[in-house]
Ligand binder design. Structure first.
Ligand SMILES: [Zn+2]
Ligand SMILES: [Zn+2]
Length: 212
C-alpha cells in the first residue's frame, strides 16, 4: 500500500464528505460522489468515482475511475474500457507531478476540471480544452511546450537544451521571439530537463511514426 496515499485519506474525506474510504483485500481506495462546481460554487454535475493509488504516487497521478456510466467508454471521450479516465498526456503528468502532488490537489486541480470539461462537452458538443487522445495529443503537447509546430525545430532546441551551452537569462531568446530568454524558452528548457532527453526523443519518434 502506498503510504503517501494512505496518509492523506482522512484529510480528503473531511474535505469531500461524499467520498468514503473503501477496502478490497489489501487495497484501500476512495469511492463516492464527486460534485463539480461552477465558478460561483454552484454544483453543476455529480459523478460516481473511485480513486485508486498507484505505486509511483505522488510522482504520478493516482487512477481515477468514473463508475457511474455518465461518460461513454471511448478514446474520444478520454475514458478507457476499465472505466479509468485519461487525464492528460504522460509528459504533462510527469511535469505536473515533478515535486510530488497531494491527493487534494489531484481532486481539485485534475479530477474536477476533467469532469467540468466533460460537462462542457455535453452542453457545447466539444471540450473546453483538451489534448486529443493518443499521439495527436502528444504532438499538440510538444508543439505547445516548444512553442513551435515544426518537429525539426523541436530537435534543434532539444539539442541546445542538453548540449550544456547555457543561454544567458537576460539575452534575447534563440527562438527569435524578441523576448528575453528567461521569459521565453528558459521555461521550456526547465520542463525538458524534467522529462529527460531519452523520453522526449522516444515520444518524438512515436509522433513521427504515427504520422506516416
Ligand atoms: Zn485521452
Ligand atoms: Zn524563446
Amino acid at each position: 500500500m502506498n503510504q503517501h496515499f494512505q496518509n492523506e485519506l482522512s484529510i480528503v474525506v473531511n474535505k469531500f464528505p461524499n467520498l468514503a474510504v473503501k477496502s478490497l483485500g489489501q487495497e484501500i481506495y476512495l469511492r463516492g460522489i464527486l460534485d463539480v462546481p461552477n465558478d460561483n460554487g454552484d454544483i453543476v454535475g455529480s459523478f460516481l468515482i473511485e480513486i485508486h493509488s498507484v505505486e509511483k504516487f505522488p510522482y504520478r497521478f493516482p487512477k481515477l475511475y468514473e463508475v457511474g456510466g455518465e461518460i461513454p467508454v471511448h478514446p474520444d471521450w478520454h475514458k478507457y474500457n476499465d472505466n479509468s479516465c485519461c487525464l492528460t498526456v504522460e509528459p504533462d503528468e510527469l511535469i505536473i507531478c515533478r515535486h510530488g502532488i497531494t491527493l487534494s490537489y489531484f481532486i481539485e486541480s485534475i479530477a474536477i476540471p476533467y469532469f467540468a470539461n466533460q460537462l462542457y462537452r455535453k452542453a457545447e458538443g466539444k471540450y473546453f480544452n483538451e489534448y486529443p487522445h493518443g499521439y495527436q495529443g502528444l504532438y499538440v503537447f510538444y508543439a505547445e511546450l516548444f512553442n513551435n509546430k515544426d518537429i525539426s525545430v523541436w530537435l534543434e532546441y532539444l539539442k541546445r537544451t542538453f548540449s550544456g551551452k547555457k543561454a544567458m537569462r537576460n539575452d534575447k531568446c534563440y527562438c527569435a521571439s524578441g523576448k528575453k530568454f528567461k521569459y521565453c524558452h528558459m521555461k521550456t528548457e526547465e520542463k525538458l530537463r524534467v522529462l529527460g532527453r531519452t523520453r522526449i526523443l522516444n515520444d518524438i519518434q512515436d509522433i513521427i511514426t504515427s504520422m506516416r
